[in-house]
Design a binder for this molecule. Sequence first.
Ligand SMILES: C[S@@+](CC[C@H](N)C(=O)[O-])C[C@H]1O[C@@H](n2cnc3c(N)ncnc32)[C@H](O)[C@@H]1O
Length: 370
Amino acid sequence: MAKQDNAYFAVTLPGFESVCAGELQQLNISSSCQHGGVDFHGGLRELYQANLWLRSATRILVRLDEVTARDFPTLYKRLLRLPWGRFLKPGIPCDIRVVCHRSRLFHSGRVAETTEQAIVKALGAEIDPQGKAQQVLVRIEDDRCLVSIDSSGERLHRRGYRQARVAAPLRETLAAGCLLALGYDGSRPLVDAMTGSGTFAIEAALIALRRAPGAMRNFAFMDWPKYRPGLWKQLLQEAQQAEKTELPAAIFAIDNNPKAIAAAERNLTSAALDGVIRIQCQPLQQFRAEVEPGLILCNPPYGERLGRNAALKALYRDIGSVYAGPFAAWQGALVCPDAELVRSSGIDFTPLLRFSNGGIRVALLEKPGE
Ligand SMILES: C[S@@+](CC[C@H](N)C(=O)[O-])C[C@H]1O[C@@H](n2cnc3c(N)ncnc32)[C@H](O)[C@@H]1O
């Protein structure tokens, strides 16, 4: 590790680790996948780049250090020596999250108190309860206590564009992760066939236009003592210069519900994508795209609330007819929790990823274009 390097961890939803590692590689940052995230190293530039550019990560942590402790006085003494002042301003309130596994120190509340006492003593200032809280994560496993500082603040799926939503929107990070896992890079046409609040279509447009997903928001690292606004500004400028002004290939957003179309339109406006995406209120069954084949994908209703009834099976059958009929030459993808519904489509899909979408285990399924 070079002298100025920090150890970082990009947290992902389990299933998206290798997608995130691929994104880091695009930034020329090497990394290694762990369960639930990706380890990488670097200075502030790499940290800012990861927050600015990673589409599939949930947040970026700085690994402060690991200390071994089997009792609270030792824990306090060792935590006191950590370089808190590099990341926390004196007096800042800390939101300390603790997880304990297989360790003599198992009382998470007391671990949090001990950590707070060490931070207050190390920084030499009482906590200002009015201040903006910085999240600190403490994980104790086999008596080893790993301390991390969250650099992102609000989770990275909060890009800043979602103003309106309809039932069961996909998280922005999941939508982007699915697109990247499907090999979408913006060079082929894309149809988001059940767009809802527009998430797949908007994330696809951000990918295709090479827009940095974090350019419209703030991050926790902006409140750190060593924040370098000049470096951040430079990265934003570089990102802006690399942006494309036009989509290389068309993106369509379809939904048969006018309320969904209204929500998607609002989100497109707030993402500065007005007029970029072709949005239509139409049933998927009637839609035709008069362009060369690309990727058609949808996140249909799962029937969680209304049950997996005959109408829902008929909808999946229709999806199958569209994918095997007018869109047979297209790569087709589906996000779905239920093997029986998938079978109703009549398409021989291959599972690409499995993940949890709002607490429901789903699979991202793919069929190649003919
Ligand atoms: C689970 S939601 C999609 C959520 C979306 N991925 C998002 O992030 O907001 C399913 C959507 O499918 C739409 N839908 C259902 N049947 C449809 C059909 N036959 N054609 C087009 N859209 C349909 C619904 O109106 C709903 O907006």
